[in-house]
Design a protein around this ligand. Structure first.
Ligand SMILES: CC#C[C@H]1NC(N)=Nc2cc3[nH]c(NC)nc3cc21
Ligand SMILES: [Zn+2]
Length: 369
């Protein structure tokens, strides 16, 4: 397969089993991508990530630009070498983080001037600067620089923001000159089907190796996303990967795959693991519960991860209550393994013509508790 080629091997309704070829190897989809915002997936080594079935790790332009700086990472051989992760890396463009993390100073056609949330220093990011940062990092999949509107917003504000995001996509494409990298556009439009379809028309009119849906899971009731997805995702180019940004729970992933989404990322499995919430095939487990005080069983009897193979709920509860670092590590290993196993089984179910049954079984299992 050539760089950027997206080959669909099997379908089940809107669900697809495909392969995307990147400069650091093939990505089997549907895929869940582990979030490594500051050049690390928190509490896990790259070897542990690989052992859990991780294919793609996410990095972030905003955070890495502020610290340690993309020029430093470039001098150290690029982000793959710097973090010792030699599989595909996708980097977000910084738009979302500037709007959600920094003290926003000044928005213009040119770009965004903002103050660092770390030290208040002034920075400026534009489509060209975002592309330069992501190319310096050596990213395999580069996200276009988009304007991330805060919701709720008026019709006029949404239209204006979509038009700016479109103009910034054209500038991103012109500035992304690294031939090993794949540039993905980002469809905006909030929760209005009319605006989503209009943004999709604009963004997908630009020839690109992949397209993302942004602007969900930014605080809106998740059922609105579930209702919108079947009307939007299947209308995106069928021969290109579709990436749903920042989503989601195991239930969200199954529903989105059923609507035709191929790629996902979410901080949830790693974040909630550190807070003692464990995803299992029987629903969620809160390890701090007193019922687990002398429970010798693993987190999930149906899981074969390192944590479930070697440790009891009693021990993991003890580590959590004691605030031990090992507790975060073992819980994260399990949650990441769970998400990767869920994607592996989804890929097999689509390949083997069992998707509908697998989908329904998951939705029943995950709704408990
Ligand atoms: C509006 C918009 C938008 C999207 N734009 C870019 N560049 N990154 C994103 C990252 C996200 N993470 C989450 N949820 C945690 N929603 C996201 C949406 C975006
Ligand atoms: Zn496990």
């Amino acid at each position: 397969m050539g760089l950027g080629e997206f080959k669909v091997h099997a379908t089940a309704g809107n669900a697809r089993r495909a392969t995307l070829m990147t400069a650091h190897g093939p990505v089997q989809t549907p895929v869940f991508m582990a979030v490594g915002t500051k050049a690390t997936v928190k509490a896990m080594t790259p070897e542990e990530l690989k052992d859990c079935g991780t294919q793609v790790v996410l990095g972030n332009t905003y955070h890495l630009h502020l610290r340690p700086g993309e020029k430093t990472i470039a001098k150290m051989g690029g982000l793959h070498k710097f973090m010792n992760w030699h599989g595909p890396i996708l980097t977000d463009s910084g738009g979302f983080q500037v709007f959600s993390l920094s003290q926003l100073r000044n928005m213009s056609e040119e770009g965004v001037e903002f103050r660092s949330h770390l030290d208040g220093a002034k920075h400026f990011i534009s489509p060209e600067k975002s592309m330069e940062i992501q190319m310096d990092l050596g990213s395999d999949i580069i996200m276009a620089f988009d304007e991330c509107l805060q919701y709720p917003a008026t019709e006029e504000e949404i239209d204006k923001s979509m038009a700016l995001t479109y103009r910034w996509l054209l500038r991103s494409k012109a500035a992304m000159t690294r031939k090993e990298s794949l540039l993905f556009g980002i469809v905006q439009g909030g929760l209005s089907l009319k605006h989503r379809l209009k943004s999709m028309e604009q963004i997908c009119s630009v020839e690109l190796p992949g397209y993302a849906l942004g602007g969900f899971s930014v605080g809106e009731p998740i059922h609105l996303m579930h209702e919108l997805l079947p009307h939007v995702a299947p209308k995106m180019p069928a021969n290109k990967p579709r990436y749903l940004m920042g989503v989601g729970t195991p239930t969200d992933l199954i529903i989105a795959i059923d609507s035709g989404i191929d790629m996902f990322d979410c901080v949830m499995p790693t974040r909630v693991a550190r807070n003692g919430t464990i995803f299992t095939w029987q629903g969620k487990v809160s390890i701090k519960r007193s019922e687990y005080r002398e429970d010798s069983s693993p987190l999930d009897p149906e899981c074969d991860c390192y944590t479930c193979t070697n440790y009891s709920k009693a021990y993991l509860r003890h580590l959590f209550l004691s605030g031990e670092i090992l507790g975060s590590r073992l819980n994260t290993i399990h949650n990441i393994h769970f998400y990767m196993k869920l994607m592996e089984l989804a890929r097999k179910a689509i390949e083997e013509g069992r998707w509908e049954a697998f989908r329904d079984d998951c939705l029943t299992r995950f709704v408990k508790k």
